[in-house]
Write a protein that binds this ligand. Structure first.
Ligand code: ING
Length: 309
């Protein structure tokens, strides 16, 4: 048995006016509750330090760069790293990363109980658009503010197992889980900020979005026999609603824990990494069952090529 007691630390809305220091205090409160509940690993949302600023059109980088971190840890997040190290607790969280050579990424890191960054991931699948779109009820400018990630989907050894990360829209793409599954991943952690309404289709509201959220997390877990921990930035941000739906999914695709509120809330579950073994050795024994000679299109084609008339 290789048990990890995981706390999925959902955060309610972060308002535009909220400082990093105020947000970090909320994250520390969640970490204290996780410690009380016996957790040794805490997972926070995508862009956990700021509001989802991609909903706002900003013309110049001088304006949008205020939402980015130029180093990690940094003076604003140091108290969080210190509290985690004091507890010997691993953590993962997302933030907007501005690198020394001026690259912008939607990033997530995993930090072990000694405070070492053991995993770093930069969001691959950026949804939305790069120019102001007047046809949208609100903007989703991730393609404006971030570059596609350059890390791929790494899997790394920590906490006695094989871990990987993805971010938000990545969870909708089966390739995300399979690339990690082909590295033996036993737990995928991810955060998301998902608008409660489709900006291009107002009839698609929170119920549909919560359905799709659950659908893709359960299928990703089951089809790769891995745990999936998915954590929302939920609630209302300056009048813009985000879905909750934070959950922990077991390697059979079953939801074993999920939040009940739209605010700051942890759900905790003892995840035995050995529960991934049966699926990996039988129905999803990739070596025994996959037929890669028939999968060429998946890596050779980007878009659809329909058969000739
Ligand atoms: N947010 C959304 C997400 O993938 C989205 C964008 C919502 C795309 C619904 C498609 C459908 O959950 C982020 N930040 O990717």
């Amino acid at each position: 048995m290789r048990e990890i007691v995981v706390a999925a630390a959902q955060m309610g809305g972060i308002q535009k006016a909220e400082t990093r220091e105020e947000v970090v205090l909320r994250m520390i409160d969640l970490m204290d509750a996780a410690h009380e509940a016996g957790a040794n690993f805490i997972v926070y949302p995508e862009l956990s330090l700021t509001t989802f600023f991609c909903r706002y059109y900003m013309e110049n980088e001088s304006e949008s760069d205020v939402w980015f971190e130029t180093e990690m840890p940094n003076p604003r997040t140091a108290p969080l790293f210190a509290r985690a190290k004091g507890y010997g607790m691993s953590m993962s969280f997302g933030y907007a990363e501005l690198t020394k050579d001026g690259q912008h990424f939607n990033t997530s890191i995993q930090v072990d109980g000694d405070g070492n960054i053991v995993g770093k991931y930069r969001k691959t699948h950026l949804p939305g658009h790069s120019e102001f779109d007047e046809n949208r009820a609100f903007q989703h400018l991730e393609k404006r503010y971030f570059e596609p990630g350059d890390t791929g989907f790494p899997v790394y050894r920590t906490l006695g197992g094989l871990f990987g990360m993805c971010i938000c829209n990545d969870r909708r793409w089966p390739e995300t889980y399979r690339v990690m599954g082909l590295q033996g991943v036993e737990m995928v952690t991810l955060g998301y900020n998902t608008p409660a309404v489709n900006a291009e289709k107002p009839s698609e509201g929170p119920q549909a979005r919560l359905f799709h959220n659950r659908l893709v997390l359960q299928s990703g877990a089951y089809q790769n026999s891995t745990w999936v921990v998915a954590v929302a930035k939920a609630g209302d941000e300056d009048g813009y609603p985000l879905i909750a739906g934070t959950m922990i999914v077991d390697p059979d695709g079953r939801v074993v824990a999920e939040t009940q509120t739209q605010g700051d809330e942890i759900v905790v579950h003892a995840c035995d990494l050995d529960e991934t073994r049966f699926g990996k050795a039988t129905i999803f024994d990739f070596a025994r069952h996959r037929r890669v000679e028939h999968y060429t299109r998946i890596v050779e084609q980007t878009g659809v090529i329909e058969p000739a008339e």
